[in-house]
Design a binder for this molecule. Structure first.
Ligand SMILES: [Zn+2]
Length: 424
């Protein structure tokens, strides 16, 4: 008992650096990232831009946070804005590339998107070089990484060639959407309304953070490191202190980019093709769902072949939905009963049935997008999968027969049922 106690106590003692509170050894590493530097949204008055920057940097400093700020170069309007970026560097934060004009990759061809990214990269490298700093990170505006496989691959190659790493987000949220209502209330002198907006800002952030952390932990089976997305705006300058306190109270430990990006799934975030932008855990969840759908479809065909080869047409047809359609060159057969009858007539005995095998040629999971109550885009559950497979019947007394089939499966309980089957 004493030995176990000392094992528990030692990490606490090691963590007790003077001037900083001891962290519990299980605290969750969290990287703070700030998008659309130097200032997001309106806020065109240079003095206000200065005040917002003072507020943001002050909160980061008080909580010992080393953030990564992502610069949207179009927002850098003059020498004063450059000076704001230099203050981020002077206070120990890192700057990354967030494009020149903040385009949506889903609405922009690769070449134009690359040119926009490259224009900002060159400007930012020139700002960093005199400070002995190098550009490492790029963040996709709207977290949209490509709506076709070719576009996803093209940007990944470009980023690698140009020495930029995709800095993903795990804690996606809508913090930016509270800035305008808060600022309008504040400017109108309506502090009660501004306070009410701030309450919603914190509530929305807390729900998003809890949701994404739970999903990450479930997927990886551990306390996952997180990357929080915030924006450089006025509500942040007023409210980050309370947000950071809540994060500290709820078991988070502010971590540097190198530590958090040490998680392989963040360093190489899954390539999910979608017109919408998601956090990493949602991408991973969708990728796993798609993989499970492909495996489930293969299992259905394997089970069917085994039933066929056991001469059990009853079991062979059990995978069809009640209202399944069977399509052949001669027409459509509707309903499981009618499909079973068709097979009985064509394959009256074991000799006629031969030995069936399937080879899956292609499987395409079907999933869409949900917009959550908080306005986040999130991938939906995989609800169906279509499969192209080659079937083959071997006989002991004649040449084998072979052809292609296209089957559509949807979820039934924990498994899958076949709703359409077009065999050629
Ligand atoms: Zn942005």
């Amino acid at each position: 008992m004493r030995a176990r106690w000392s094992l528990l106590v030692v990490p606490f003692l090691l963590a007790a650096v003077p001037g900083r509170p001891a962290e519990p050894p299980t605290a969750r590493p969290l990287l703070v990232t700030v998008d659309d530097l130097p200032i997001a949204g309106g806020h065109r008055d240079p003095e206000e831009r200065q005040r917002i920057t003072d507020g943001l940097l002050g909160h980061l400093k008080r909580h010992g946070i080393e953030a990564v700020g992502l610069v949207t170069w179009r927002n850098v309007r003059d020498a004063r804005d450059r000076a704001l970026l230099e203050r981020w560097l002077a206070e120990g934060h890192e700057l990354g590339n967030h494009s020149y004009s903040h385009p949506s990759y889903s609405a922009t061809p690769f070449e134009a998107y690359r040119a926009d990214t490259e224009r900002a990269r060159v400007e930012l490298e020139a700002l960093l070089a005199p400070h002995g700093r190098r550009l490492r990170f790029f963040r996709f505006p709207f977290l949209r990484e490509g709506d076709t496989g070719e576009k996803v691959a093209a940007m990944r190659s470009y980023l690698e060639e140009s020495g930029q790493q995709n800095l993903p987000v795990t804690l996606d949220n809508q913090d930016w959407s509270f800035d305008r209502p808060w600022s309008e209330a504040h400017e109108a002198g309506d502090e009660a309304r501004a306070a009410a907006v701030a309450e919603d800002y914190h509530a929305a952030l807390r729900i998003s953070i809890r949701h994404h952390e739970r999903r990450g932990d479930q997927l990886l089976g551990k306390t996952t490191p997180q990357i929080l997305l915030l924006h450089a705006n006025a509500i942040g300058a007023a409210e980050w202190g309370r947000l950071f306190e809540w994060l500290e109270e709820t078991g988070h430990r502010f971590a540097r980019a190198d530590e958090v990006m040490g998680e392989p799934l963040l360093a190489h975030s899954p390539a999910v093709v979608s017109p919408r932008g998601y956090g990493t855990w949602d991408r991973l969840w969708q990728e796993q769902g798609a993989e499970q759908a492909r495996e489930g479809a293969t299992a259905v065909l394997t089970t069917q072949a085994a039933a066929w080869n056991a001469g059990d047409l009853e079991a062979f047809c059990a995978v069809y939905a009640d209202d399944a359609s069977y399509v052949s060159a001669t027409g459509i057969t509707r309903g499981r009963e009618a499909i079973r009858q068709r097979y009985r007539e064509r394959y009256p005995d074991r000799a006629a049935m031969g030995t069936l095998s399937f080879e899956v040629v292609e499987a395409r999971p079907a999933a869409g997008v949900e917009v959550t109550l908080l306005g986040d885009a999130a991938p939906s559950r995989v609800h169906g999968v279509s499969v192209v497979a080659r079937w083959r019947l071997d006989y002991s007394d004649r040449e084998p027969a072979s052809g292609l089939t296209l089957v559509v499966l949807r979820r039934r309980g924990d498994g899958w049922e076949m709703v359409q089957d077009a065999s050629l």
